[in-house]
Design a protein around this ligand. Structure first.
Ligand code: GLN
Length: 536
């Protein structure tokens, strides 16, 4: 166990979705800004072994790490805020822990023992924290506990982090509790009672918070802070306000202003020093100063769900910041699109994005959008399932292959231009069996992709089962589509593009996962550059 490692645990109270992930990520950024090595980990109390089998409708986007982990979307925040690639080790679910313990039991590792939540499950949880510290060699490991204190499912995780302080000592551990202080319009008052209850609950589990981060839509006055400080035994200087920010990246500077990193570093006995946030402040300023806008349509089927396309949304915004413009996003549901209204719905947009997706619903409408972009010379970036639809549209309307489709969208198609990857044929399990994570690819000389990346070979993150059917590759190429990248190991068509069009690119991978606020992804940057050139 890395003896010198310090541990910060972030728990949440009152309600979910209060921005625990942003608090944890902002702290990570601040500590990195002070020159510390940081690693981040999220524990999710659900029984799924990973987030890969969950619908974005329920849980938002599935974030994919380079090593192929299908993870909670908070990892996307972590990576974007601390500007660092994380791994599967950064997202541990209750399902994964239970599976590990049950497999050990079956193997006979515990022969004779009765397997229980305490100590076996809690030990397995602690084992993951220890591994994170050991493998990352970080100075500070920040662990966020998913869910809300008071949930039955969270209990083993909270017990494990309680024990962690006992095992590691007070000086090496710190608890931050994130809660909500609602404003009641009728009473014209901020209400601290839910926070009081949540802290009481936490204390009853043996955890005394060191810092409170209180989400609020109104400023917390000293009176409220003092009141919360008094009943929680948290010194009032450690009661911090997290206001709703219009730009999430401002959370970093706001928490710094209130001394969050200073509190943490003092607790751990780290030397006093300022976090260097000059880069961060510069890009937040550039976001604020952006005068003009670029309007981009995202045509997808989960558009009504908050966070279903969060990495994509952020990547498009980062690319806007990169060019000094605000990206105005129009989310267009495939449920509302048809031949008759497409012209009107996409009126004035300067670029169209077709995001990833699964199943057959929405495929026809995505094909319509690809056609619209192709025929009207509107920049198009089609990602994963979007690329599949781009290829199907081209096969249908340029190559003349009637009914051409992705096998996923129509298993009866006479022309499966996108088909199941051969190595997937015998796969019967759905969880964790897609083509996942980083794959290397070679870019074709003379292609737009090669020019955009400015490199011969690149690696990008993937999450798919279907791929371009190479039986149709020659015909597609003859008809004018360029396959501008193939993976080096398994020869998957990774990028297609259409010469002569301002920007018509489909990618088999997900570039959005690799975009950073201060470092826009080249593909998104190039796409937005072309979109800016379009007249509205
Ligand atoms: N459903 C498609 C596949 O499995 C695309 C997945 C995606 O868009 N991420 O290949």
């Amino acid at each position: 166990m890395a003896g010198r490692t310090k541990y910060v645990f972030v728990t949440g109270g009152v309600v979910s979705s209060i921005g625990k992930g942003i608090t944890a990520s902002s702290l990570g950024r601040l500590l990195k800004g002070r020159g510390h090595k940081v690693f981040m980990q999220k524990f999710d109390p659900y029984i799924n072994v990973d987030a890969g089998t969950m619908s974005p409708r329920q849980h938002g986007e599935v974030f994919v790490t380079e090593d192929g982990g299908e993870t909670d979307l908070d990892l996307g925040h972590y990576e974007r805020f601390i500007d660092q690639n994380l791994t599967k080790l950064s997202n541990i679910t209750a399902g994964k822990i239970y599976r590990e313990v049950i497999e050990k039991e079956r193997r006979g590792d515990y022969l004779g023992a009765t397997i229980q939540v305490i100590p076996h499950i809690t030990d397995a949880i602690k084992g993951e924290i220890a591994t994170a510290a050991e493998e990352s060699k970080a100075d500070i490991v920040i662990v966020e506990i998913g869910g809300t204190v008071g949930d039955i499912e969270s209990l083993p995780f909270l017990e494990a982090i309680r024990q962690w302080r006992h095992d590691m000592g007070r000086k090496n551990t710190l608890y931050i509790h994130n809660t909500l202080v609602p404003y009641l319009k009728a009473a014209k008052e901020l209400k601290s009672k839910p926070t009081q209850h949540s802290i009481k609950e936490l204390k009853s589990l043996g955890i005394q918070p060191d810092i409170l981060v209180l989400r609020t839509e109104r400023p917390l006055d000293e009176e409220v802070k003092d009141k919360i400080s008094l009943f929680s035994d948290v010194e009032s200087g450690a009661v911090i306000e997290a206001r709703d920010e219009s730009i999430i990246y401002e959370a970093v500077t706001s928490l710094k202003r209130q001394g969050l990193d200073q509190l943490v570093c003092r607790h751990f006995g780290f030397p006093e020093q300022e976090a260097d946030l000059s880069d961060w402040i510069r890009f937040v300023e550039s976001i604020k100063n952006a005068k003009s806008e670029v309007s981009i349509a995202v045509v997808g089927k989960y558009v009504g769900t908050k966070d279903a396309y969060i990495s994509l949304t952020e990547a498009l915004r980062h690319a806007g910041f990169h060019h000094g413009v605000k990206t105005r996003l129009m989310f267009i549901s495939t449920d509302d699109l048809d031949e008759k209204n497409i012209e009107r719905k996409l009126q004035g947009v300067q670029g169209i994005v077709i995001p990833g997706g699964f199943g057959s619903r929405g495929s026809y409408e995505k094909i319509l959008a690809c056609r619209h972009a192709r025929e009207k010379n509107i920049p198009l970036l089609a990602i994963c399932y979007g690329m599949h639809m781009l290829v199907a549209e081209y096969a249908r309307n340029v190559l003349g292959l009637e009914g051409a489709a992705s096998f996923e969208a129509n298993p009866k198609t006479p022309h499966p231009v996108i088909h199941l990857s051969p190595e997937q044929k015998d796969e019967t399990f759905m969880g964790g069996t897609l083509r996942l994570g980083r794959h290397e690819m070679a870019l074709a000389d003379g292609s737009l992709a090669r020019e955009i990346y400015g490199a011969r070979s690149i690696g990008e993150r993937h999450r798919h089962r279907y791929r371009l059917n190479d039986n149709y590759a020659d015909a597609l190429v003859e008809a004018g589509l360029v396959i501008s990248a193939r993976s080096t190991k398994d020869d998957v068509a990774e990028i297609v593009e259409l010469p002569g069009h301002p920007f018509y690119i489909g990618v088999q991978y997900h570039p959005e996962y690799a975009s950073r606020p201060n470092r826009a992804h080249p593909l998104f940057a190039a796409f937005i550059a072309k979109a800016i050139e379009q007249k509205t």
